[in-house]
Write a protein of this length. Structure first.
Length: 647
């Protein structure tokens, strides 16, 4: 059975923070531009039943079943507000897919036909997404003028804190305490995130109010005991708060570190508790604890305990309360790390580890995904660029191309003449993604896969030296390059394993490589019987008598006509040119002079210029022959034969 649904997924409760760009105007524009979708009453009833069933399944912990039911509902009505709202909440709760959730919640607000949920819940879900996706100013604009519920005040506090508006954040906390005293979320977040110790009179007043409410709130929010500990006037007061929190068997990484600071537990106990923590640990808290360890024995004890740690360490690099970096440890070693700078739920950097050492990384941008495979860290063995439906895999020699998408720093920094001691923690590096030009310059091979086929090209300092390709139809080719430009290319056009053709390359006026023509050796005798130009004008040529020289040229004209030019070895007369339209010869020129066509009695042969005799119904063979002492030649175009005297 799946885990129970989070409370914010239940209808008519506070909807968890999740977000939208302050743009009901955008939604209105989308709604205006989109065509109206007609949904029948029967469909509406069925959609409502599916959403209700999904909500019930979720209440029982069947998340996958709930997702399937909501997807069925959306297949019937993509604009149903309840279905889109619930699907957005599921996308957030199971997988934290924020970009996906944003699309669903936008559709929910556009539909506005709520039955089980409310538009206010959807708006709060949207605003929360904005905060988590680092768009706090948009969240505040979106929330302006809406009912100041407990959830709205919590989101307002988070947004103002993220913007660095400490006074505004404190005001939101104070208003929340005044209007909704039993919702301690803003207060706890403010206390833990600041540890101000009454930095100003307003801060001191808010902390004093928190201590006044503590007797009533600590049963509902026991963690308030921990959050208020740093603000205690005396060490003994702090110890009392921590003892009360820990007395019921409760544990939290912050409570552990504070208990060690207050002298309630030993370094061994603290190290063991942190290593066994089921909750994520903030990297700054871990660094803070390690800095408190005063001697080598306590540090060795911590490192020994940490060797069994399996869990997450979070890095909130900008201090807005939302972690950009997330490291997964298994048995004290890094197993994976992900970094989501813009907080859209789609991390820009993901790294997998083996034995605590990176072996694979994935870099993502809106248009490109790069998969890195490592040999000896931090040197790449390959980098595969995914762009659209294409992928290009660059291969590197060992210890040549160095790129690290993260920094590994030892928690235990030692003196320069000593090796650092683990554990190693992961942080985002400041560098950009590798440029594809630099990958090509360092690679010895690039393999490309795209719709239609695959190819591989050997490289030397970024210049191609040789390559091969194969398409989905079975055709293949091998290329040789000079100075990075294609020189010659063998072709297997029918996929039988024999290279019966070649493509000849040159350069354009701008200096770019371009294919000039293709030649085909049909019978494998080493002579090319057919040639076709790749560039304009479109010209084809045939060697009809196998002497290695072209005998027939065909040029395609702009009006879809064709121009035929004959010069076979058996014909030594002036050039013969025929212009055809729709397969019929409409003009014949001999040596540039137009000649008439005279029909033979059989209806299949036409004489060029003059007719010395008649073939009748007999069809003459192509080529040259002698009849009645006269040498003549015959060519065939389609179903017609053309004859001429050669002497």
């Amino acid at each position: 059975m799946a885990s129970a649904p989070r409370a914010w997924l239940r209808p008519r409760r506070f909807a968890l923070a999740t977000a939208f760009t302050a743009a009901l105007s955008v939604l209105a524009a989308q709604a205006t531009a989109a065509p109206l979708v007609s949904v029948s009453p029967n469909q509406t009833a069925l959609v409502s039943a599916l959403v209700s069933e999904a909500r019930n399944a979720l209440a029982l912990g069947y998340a996958e079943r709930a997702i399937a039911l909501v997807d069925d509902a959306l297949s019937l009505s993509s604009i149903d507000a309840d279905a889109n709202y619930l699907r957005a909440a599921l996308a957030l709760s199971y997988g934290d897919k924020r970009a996906e959730a944003e699309a669903y919640i936008a559709a929910s607000l556009s539909g506005a036909n709520f039955r089980l949920y409310s538009a206010h819940e959807a708006e709060l879900l949207y605003a929360g997404l904005l905060v988590r996706m680092k768009r706090p100013a948009s969240a505040l604009r979106f929330l302006a003028g809406k009912p100041r519920s407990a959830e709205l005040l919590y989101l307002e506090y988070l947004a103002k804190r993220s913007l660095g508006d400490s006074d505004g954040a404190r005001s939101a906390v104070a208003e929340s305490l005044r209007r909704y005293p039993f919702d301690a979320r803003p207060l706890i977040h403010w206390l833990v995130g600041n540890e101000l110790k009454a930095a100003s009179a307003q801060d001191a007043a808010l902390v004093a109010r928190a201590f006044q409410l503590l007797p009533e709130l600590k049963e509902l929010e026991p963690f308030l005991l921990v959050a208020l500990t740093p603000y205690s006037a005396h060490v003994e007061d702090a110890r009392l708060l921590l003892r009360e929190y820990r007395a019921a068997g409760r544990n939290h990484p912050l409570a552990t570190v504070l208990a060690f600071e207050a002298g309630l537990i030993s370094h061994r106990k603290a190290s063991e508790e942190l290593a066994l923590s089921a909750l994520p640990i903030e990297v700054r808290l871990l660094q803070r604890y390690y800095a408190l360890l005063s001697d080598d024995e306590s540090r060795r004890s911590f490192l020994s305990s940490f060797s069994s740690f399996s869990g997450y360490i979070l890095d909130d690099e900008d201090g807005d309360g939302i972690a950009e970096g997330r490291s997964l440890f298994k048995d004290g070693l890094l197993a994976s790390w992900m970094y989501d700078q813009n907080q859209d739920g789609e991390p820009e950097r993901v790294v997998d580890f083996s034995g605590g050492v990176p072996y694979r990384a994935e870099l993502r941008s809106p248009s490109v995904r790069i998969v890195l495979e490592y040999g000896r860290w931090p040197f790449l063995s390959s980098a595969t660029v995914h762009e659209g439906g294409n992928q290009r895999a660059y291969r590197f020699a060992p210890a040549l191309y160095r790129y690290a998408p993260l920094e590994l720093r030892a928690l235990a920094e030692t003196s320069p003449d000593q090796a650092n001691t683990g554990p190693y923690l992961a942080y985002a590096s400041g560098g950009d993604f590798p440029r594809e030009r630099s990958l090509a310059d360092a690679a010895y091979l690039v393999e490309e896969r795209k719709y239609g086929g695959i190819s591989a090209t050997s490289l030397d300092k970024g210049l191609a030296t040789s390559g091969w390709w194969r398409d989905t139809g079975g055709a293949a080719g091998e290329l040789i390059y000079g100075d990075g430009y294609p020189k010659s290319e063998k072709l297997d056009l029918d996929g039988d394993g024999r290279y019966e053709a070649r493509r000849v390359w040159g350069r354009s006026d701008a200096g770019h490589p371009q294919a000039l023509y293709i030649e085909v050796d049909i019978d494998g005798d080493g002579l090319f019987e057919y040639r076709e130009s790749v560039q304009q004008p479109s010209v084809r040529a045939w060697d009809l008598d196998a002497d290695g020289q072209p005998d027939l040229f065909v040029e395609r004209l702009e009006n879809n006509g064709s121009l035929y030019s004959f010069s076979p070895s058996w014909r030594s007369r002036l050039p013969l040119v025929l212009r055809m339209d729709a397969g019929v010869v409409i003009e014949v020129r001999l040596g540039g002079v137009e000649r008439p066509l005279i029909a033979d009695s059989g209806g299949s042969v036409w004489w060029i210029g003059k007719k010395p005799f008649d073939f009748g119904r007999a069809l003459p063979p192509e080529g040259s022959a002698v009849r009645d002492g006269m040498r003549y030649g015959v060519i065939r175009l389609g179903e017609r034969y053309y004859a001429e005297l050669l002497d």
